[in-house]
Design a binder for this molecule. Structure first.
Ligand code: UDP
Length: 521
């Protein structure tokens, strides 16, 4: 590793002299520790003491100079999670003259962003707490470019999603444990410390029950630009709309239908959907679409993103994997399933994401209301929702409860017990919820806008529709201004109807009727 931070690009003696003469310089933005990001020249790190060091000289700068208030409680939050007492940043102070008696510093020439990842094992946290904030912190400071070095100080190992962090810059990110490889004293020539919280939308319930942040400052536009940038780095080509060549209307119809599909994101170890195959069949039948499954255990992350970025609908149990809905195309539907006794209204990181202005996603939740369809795991370890370690009457109370009461993060046993249940999804109630939601968004099932319409400058388009009951020799004619319409008048149940549709341009220019459609009620 130590070769990577090459000493060749900076003149060691010039750097050492600058540090000795000028000491450390710090200028920060933000009024409070919760909104502060600091820029440093010659911030140093003592790996033995595991402390950052600020060297004072005649020309060192420390803005803000908070005196002892710097420790009430800290200079700044090192992660994007607000005011978390395990995530504070501070430094020790020494006179620059002390350098004479210290180990020779190793200089890091790269412009460095120093931060804490909050929970790099969990995909939702990776995106919400680390990747998005780091991406936009880097956009805030022009020298934090593709050549920037990221340093993760939370002290964890790489974790399962380290490849995602690698996408933020062309340089390998450094972990805290690797810093000792650079010697006892290392000095960052130029560094930024802290993360912007501007893009976060959710608070995890450390002081009040979890929910959307009080003042959300990010919109779908920024989320989507981030998603696009990440996809480019992963070499994923996004198919926003199906390619349109000069093919016939029939080809187009075929292509569009083939292109539309539903993704079921499955979890293979906990919080299972017990009848996944049945659910998939029901979805395929209801929407007349292909249904594909993905899982973090079976596929690479880029291949999952590739699939999701073209999907019309994403169906999944509540869980971190649903953060991938930020890669869905506009107009797609997010369907989040909740286990028994878990109220969807109280756990809304993905609902909030989907509902950000400009995100243009449709969010639907389904909750298992049938206790007989849940499979609990009382004997598992507490962190997977086991309750065997609790007092007997507490166990009895939890087992009898049909609704997890509001609670704080992160070890509420009733919450963990319920959220780690496996669920047999009741298909009729699931489809009912979906159909209800689709009424508000009717164009998913079939979008049949005439393919040639967008090449024409037409002010007004209407649709003439003829409906004929099979076997009868009369038909009912309609002229409609909209592309979606539900016929209910004079429509009988269990009957086959033949339907013809044609366009009327600018009041009187008639197009040809499309091929007859057969509909069964
Ligand atoms: N995870 C997974 N499959 C599973 C269970 C978990 O891929 O069967 C992943 C999940 O996406 C997350 C991490 O493991 O990134 C931690 O999962 P956990 O259930 O603890 O958190 P949650 O999904 O509830 O946020």
């Amino acid at each position: 590793q130590s070769q990577e931070v090459s000493q060749a690009r900076i003149d060691y003696h010039v750097a050492l002299q600058a540090l000795q003469e000028h000491g450390t310089r710090m200028v920060c933005s933000g009024k409070m520790h919760t909104d502060r990001i600091c820029r440093f020249d010659y911030l140093c790190y003592c790996s033995e003491a595991e402390e950052f060091v600020f060297f004072h000289s005649n020309s060192s700068v420390m803005l803000p100079n908070l005196g002892s208030r710097r420790f009430q409680p800290a200079l700044l939050d090192l992660s994007s999670v607000e005011d978390h007492n395990t995530q504070y940043f501070n430094f020790l102070e020494l006179p620059a003259a002390a350098l004479k008696f210290m180990p020779k510093p190793v200089f890091v020439p790269d412009v460095t962003l120093i931060l804490n990842r909050f929970n790099p094992d969990n995909l939702m946290h990776v995106f919400h707490d680390d990747l998005l904030p780091a991406f936009y912190t880097m956009q805030q400071y022009s020298d934090l470019n593709d050549e920037a070095r990221l340093v993760f100080m939370e002290g964890w190992g790489e974790g399962p999603h380290f490849d995602l962090y690698r996408l933020l810059s062309s340089k390998q990110p450094l972990l805290k444990e690797q810093l000792r490889n650079f010697g006892k004293l290392m000095c960052f020539t130029k560094s930024y410390v802290g993360l912007s919280k501007m893009t976060t939308w959710y608070q995890y319930g450390f002081v009040q029950p979890q929910g959307p942040k009080a003042n959300i400052l990010v919109s779908g536009n920024e989320i989507r630009q981030f998603a696009r940038a990440l996809m480019e780095k992963m070499n994923i080509t996004k198919v926003d709309e199906p390619e349109r060549d000069g093919g016939s209307a029939e080809d187009e119809k075929e292509k569009e239908k083939k292109d539309e599909y539903i993704v079921v994101f499955s979890r293979s170890t906990t919080r299972l959907i017990l009848n996944e195959a049945e659910l998939i069949m029901a979805l395929a039948q209801e929407f007349e679409m292909r249904v594909v499954t993905v899982s973090l255990e079976e596929q690479s992350f880029p291949s999952i993103v590739q699939v999701i970025s073209g999907a019309s609908m994403l169906v999944s149990m509540h869980g971190a994997q649903l953060i991938t809905s930020l890669f869905l195309p506009r107009g797609a539907v997010v369907v989040e399933l909740f286990p028994f006794a878990v109220n969807p209204e109280q756990y809304t990181p993905y609902k909030t994401l989907a509902s950000l202005p400009g995100m243009d996603l449709h969010y639907v939740s389904w909750r298992n209301m049938k206790e007989e369809n849940t499979v609990t795991h009382p004997d598992r370890p507490w962190e997977q929702g086991g309750i065997a370690h609790l007092e007997k009457d507490e166990q009895v109370r939890i087992l009898a409860s049909k609704d997890v009461p509001r609670h704080l993060c992160c070890r509420n046993p009733e919450w963990l017990f319920r959220i780690y249940q496996d669920t047999l999804v009741d298909i009729p109630s699931f489809l009912e919820v979906l159909k209800e939601a689709m009424k508000a968004r009717p164009n998913l099932k079939k979008t049949k806008i005439p393919w040639n319409l967008k090449y024409l400058k037409v002010r007004e388009v209407k649709y003439e529709v003829w409906i004929q009951e099979q076997g009868e020799n009369t038909y009912m004619p309609y002229i409609l201004p909209q592309q979606n319409y539900t016929f209910s008048e004079n429509i009988k149940p269990f009957t086959t109807y033949l339907v013809w549709v044609r366009c009327i341009f600018s009041k009187n220019l008639l197009g040809p009727f499309a091929d007859v459609l057969m509909c069964r009620t």
